[in-house]
Design a protein around this ligand. Structure first.
Ligand SMILES: [Zn+2]
Length: 145
């Protein structure tokens, strides 16, 4: 196994900023890092320089369980890369840690297997300097193609 794939065509990777770097690189250690306020405990995503609830600057990255459920989803038929012609699922995943704390990402499952409310867990895809958090079915019988 090589550390990075050299056959991967150009794909738009997220830009790392001081606020977002933890989110995109936490997967290196297998951790989904979400910004949390040290004062009131609120999780917020995407990250911001201050807490959106109490306005303090005591925000820092905290590892979450990486588990949640599909809130809403769409099936995208436009392939991300040549050769991958299966439609993929793009969803809003509500994390277990807090109501309405959403991560927008892919669900790595057959589109017909994805339902609103299904349990999912994070899975990271390493590309260059980022670890893209994606989600796979958790618990219930996954449809292995
Ligand atoms: Zn706060």
């Amino acid at each position: 196994m090589t550390a990075r794939s050299n056959s991967m065509p150009a794909r738009k990777l997220p830009l790392l900023t001081p606020e977002t770097e933890a989110f995109w690189t936490g997967g290196k250690n297998g951790e989904l890092l979400i910004q949390r306020c040290g004062t009131c405990g609120l999780y917020q995503h995407p990250p911001l320089p201050i807490c959106s609830a109490c306005r303090t600057e005591t925000v820092a990255s905290a590892a979450v369980s990486g588990k949640g459920k599909v809130k809403t989803f769409t099936i995208n038929h436009q392939p991300w890369m040549p050769g991958l012609d299966e439609p993929f699922v793009f969803a809003a995943v509500e994390l277990d840690e807090q109501a309405e704390l959403y991560i927008f990402s892919n669900i790595l499952a057959a589109p017909e297997a994805v339902t609103s409310g299904m349990r999912v867990k994070v899975s990271f895809e390493h590309l260059d300097d980022v670890w893209l958090p994606m989600f796979t079915p958790d618990g219930e019988a996954g449809d292995e193609a």
